[in-house]
Ligand binder design. Sequence first.
Ligand code: DMJ
Length: 447
Amino acid sequence: QMMKFAWDNYKQYALGKNELRPLTKNGHIGNMFGGLRGATVVDALDTLYIMELEEEFQEAKKWVEKSFDLNVNGEASLFEVNIRYIGGLLAAYYLTGEEVFKSKALELGEKLLPAFNTPTGIPRGVINLGRQDTWSWGWASAGSSILAEFGTLHLEFLHLSELSGNPVFAEKASISQVMNIRKVLNRVEKPQGLYPNFLSPVTGNWVQHHVSIGGLGDSFYEYLIKSWLMSDKKDSEAKKMYDDALEAIEKHLVKKSAGGLTYIAEWRGGILDHKMGHLACFSGGMIALGAEHAGEERKQHYMDLAAEITNTCHESYTRSDTKLGPEAFRFDAGTEAMATRLSERYYILRPEVVESYMYMWRLTHDPKYRQWGWEVVKALEKHCRVEAGFSGIRDVYTTTPTHDNMQQSFFLAETLKYLYLLFCEDDVLSLDDWVFNTEAHPLPVNH
Ligand code: DMJ
């Protein structure tokens, strides 16, 4: 019902725009997708399908067939286009077998290739899909590329390559290009075994020593373990990179607060910032997923770590008045799992905490994860549901929150999908047969 409500309102007030603005009842286009439209349609396709919202799925499919225009100009984020559009189209294709999704994914994938034309092959973050020129984000240090962006292409590009059957495309886009990213990363020296977030696509060296398992770093780690799983456990290079990275993270960034909460701090040139972003809360699920496949002696250890981190993220929700968690929470000066800055108190319908609940449920069947998920459902209904859709809120610490007037497309792609899967049988998108891309779009394991 939540999904139907979110979709129906998007359809009524914003179909073809990227997101719904549920208070003003209109659409939002934004500037992340380079002129591409319908981010919510493409992000919602697979969720509608697995929830058996047949009529709504057909509406979304029809929009892709009739109105989804790829001949656009504008500044697009390579990362966002890949995880939302390519991921969404690929998943819709694999679930339904409908050719339209495959052909749109391949056509769009081709348009992203020029981003890889750099001296190192590490792609730049921004691309004009029409003119095909590329550049780095103005805000990223000294023209650098971002770890979580160039490190979050592998799953989708491997599938593009496989589906295209076009050797030129395959050679350019996928196998060699995304493998080349790993080569550069394996060559460069890593401080204490950690991966900083900014790398120069020209020299292949780090530009700044900021390390984070949250924003700017997050899905790079996620894609290492998932690349290995998607390869049916054959991609041992990815597994080793994941194991080594996690070991370094545990050694240098994982801390326990005075109150006994385990968290993952950020690292700035050797100095710890005792802060965890909402984005970093995906890591409970990731570590649990990896633990399943760790050696016998490490398995329980990583399951415990995953449970502790998920518990900390749950605490960040329970300590707020709305029972939704802030964008970032801290562990310093007597603070435990709460935001200390006004600018970090908002919640924009993000999925990472329920994502970890879903993995923890599937991997342990401890009923508390379903209870925690239900707490989120109730809080969303109470504080984020407005007349025409769901909206983010500006302050989780007040029960009369101000709404931000934005129904993010990842709310339909991820938050609602993970909540649904948390309450389904385990064989609905079984973790043995599917990996979820970082936007929760399921891609099949290569058995
Ligand atoms: C999503 O687009 C993806 O989960 C991404 O990896 C991080 N940010 C948002 C959701 O918070």
